[in-house]
Design a protein around this ligand. Structure first.
Ligand SMILES: [Zn+2]
Length: 298
């Protein structure tokens, strides 16, 4: 049987506070394509906002990047249609084909292709020396860990086509600085490696944790590795994840508003000090939550 290596949500000692310097936002559009792309950079872990420009002849537009399709269609509310495209943390620098299929109000369909050039990104590296028990759950817990990983994967597979968010994303603990450890390559005991798939925000035990945007609570459970965990579905394949909570104050199936209290900071699961692990997933892409926060969704 394959040996389970469980080092995903582990937090190991913060040494220094550092501030993530936000990069300026860029806007890109292509001739003939009625979409505007807004992003910090075209790098692994970043999010692209694709907005439909004012163009009354467009009924529906389907964007495809790799295997993932994103649908922009006009709604009765008249709000400007948009989608969020995630560039996975593990994406290699490469030219990425963007396919655009445009359905017009007169029934005609047009297709375009454009290349997005993904740049390299150097993620920080860090070595850790930890006990073997910290790296591998005891045999009697491995079945539980496996079950919980399947549960979380199943939660992410159910996509709500409508957008449930309300404006821009906000950090879940607004007055605390996050460690710039998204994408950190971790090397444990010189042999095991893992990539940190979110950001850590250190805060005292019991600090309120708020929803970074509106949506539905799709998971509110105590898990072996990530401790007390909440996942919010924001629609269109966008999910936010909150781990190691001391207390969960919401229930699965509940609708939650942006800024509403969902739990309190803790040290549950594989964690070595009170902090919040905050992650964002867009379909199968693991992205930097602060990339999402930087985008203008108002
Ligand atoms: Zn973390």
């Amino acid at each position: 049987m394959k040996k389970l290596l469980m080092i995903g949500p582990l937090l190991v000692v913060f040494s220094a506070l550092a501030v993530t310097t936000p990069r300026a936002r860029e806007t890109l559009s292509f001739p003939g394509i009625p979409v505007e792309f807004v992003f910090r950079s075209l790098q692994p872990g970043e999010v692209i906002l694709a907005e439909l420009k004012d163009n009354p002849s467009v009924k529906k537009l389907v964007l495809q990047v790799q295997d993932q399709k994103y649908v922009l269609s006009r709604t009765v509310s008249g709000a400007k249609p948009f989608v969020l495209i995630g560039l996975d943390i593990g994406l290699k620098p490469q030219p990425l084909v963007l396919t655009v299929k445009e359905e017009k109000t007169d029934g005609t369909v047009e297709s375009f292709q454009q290349i997005l050039t993904i740049e390299t990104k150097e993620f920080p590296k860090r070595r850790f020396q930890v006990s073997e028990a910290m790296l591998n759950p005891p045999p009697q817990e491995q079945e539980r860990v496996r079950r919980e990983q399947e549960l979380v994967a199943a939660v992410y597979r159910i996509v709500t086509p409508e957008w449930l968010g309300a404006g821009n994303f906000v950090p879940p603990i607004p007055d605390r600085t996050a460690f710039p450890n998204f994408g950190q390559q971790r090397i444990y005991n010189k042999a095991h490696t893992s990539i940190h798939q979110g950001v850590d925000i250190a805060a005292p035990w019991g600090t309120p944790v708020k929803a970074s945007n509106s949506g539905n609570v799709v998971l509110a459970s105590s898990l072996y590795l990530s401790g007390r965990t909440v996942i919010i579905d924001h629609g269109q394949g966008v999910f936010s994840l909150y781990c190691h909570l001391s207390k969960i104050l919401v229930k699965r199936g509940e609708a939650i508003k942006k800024g509403a209290l969902l739990g309190k900071v803790g040290n549950t699961g594989r964690s070595t000090g009170p902090h919040l692990h905050w992650g964002v997933k867009i379909f199968n892409s693991r992205v930097d939550p602060f990339s999402l926060v930087s985008l203008p969704l108002e």
